[in-house]
Design a protein around this ligand. Structure first.
Ligand SMILES: C[S@@+](CC[C@H](N)C(=O)[O-])C[C@H]1O[C@@H](n2cnc3c(N)ncnc32)[C@H](O)[C@@H]1O
Length: 215
């Protein structure tokens, strides 16, 4: 059950996104958890792609927000220049009306089975976003500056939120980032920082996806 406090945060985050960016065509949500915020984000963009490192959370998120594309993996913490993204395994082949179905693919990359599809889908789905958001996620990341850079490589604009209680370290991490804007969302005693900026990194196409053992 979603609390009033969380509902306020989702509504206000949406309001700031719409006010600042209009209606993003493609929005990437990093750390969707069970999709509570995804349902809100899906309303204000044309296409929502969400990622999380928890398969269980994603299963619930897919049910909660059927219009989103939910991908398992960590786009924030991997090393190297390219964004590597684990393949989702053991998923059924896409339904006939899935937006990625029938995407023109050559040779052995053809959409034949779920596994092939997922490899391709991940690469396509992680292409060039108008906006990349990481809400209440960066606390979990060991190397925040790299994670911020990684967000910039995936899209043209980035937005993060973090709770005021946790803000000391986060504000420090955000200090070198040339913000385009910032705001504070309040609910009772709680407040959240919202910060957004334009990407300074060249867009990095997801050239390949690597299988991640154990997923
Ligand atoms: C507190 S929840 C935030 C959920 C939602 N964004 C919100 O604001 O309500 C944090 C989520 O981030 C996920 N997460 C942590 N590290 C991540 C990473 N490197 N990449 C993607 N998701 C991550 C966790 O699995 C968890 O589901």
């Amino acid at each position: 059950m979603q609390s009033e406090r969380e509902t306020t945060r989702f509504i206000e985050t949406n309001r700031l996104i719409e006010q600042t960016f209009g209606r993003p065509k493609r929005l990437l949500e990093i750390g969707s958890a069970e999709g509570h915020q995804s349902s809100y984000l899906a309303d204000i963009c044309d296409q929502l792609v969400s990622t999380d490192v928890s398969q269980r959370a994603l299963t619930r998120a897919r049910r909660r927000c059927p219009s989103g594309t939910f991908l398992l993996g960590d786009v924030l913490s991997d090393g190297g220049d390219l964004v590597h993204f684990p393949i989702i395994r053991n998923q059924p082949a896409p339904p006939p009306d899935h937006p990625m179905r029938g995407y023109p693919l050559g040779g052995r990359e053809g959409v034949r089975a779920g596994a092939d599809f997922n490899r391709t889908e991940n690469a396509l789905a992680l292409d060039n976003f108008d906006l990349v958001v990481a809400c209440e996620v960066l606390y979990y990341v060991s190397d925040v500056p790299s994670a911020l850079k990684r967000m910039e490589r995936l899209g043209q604009n980035c937005l993060v939120t973090f709770c005021d209680r946790e803000s000391q370290a986060m504000l420090e991490h955000m200090r070198p980032v040339p913000l385009a804007g910032k705001d504070l969302i309040r609910h009772g005693e709680t407040s959240w920082h919202v910060m957004w900026w334009q990407s300074r990194e060249p867009f990095t196409k997801v050239a390949d996806c690597v299988a991640s053992p154990g997923l």
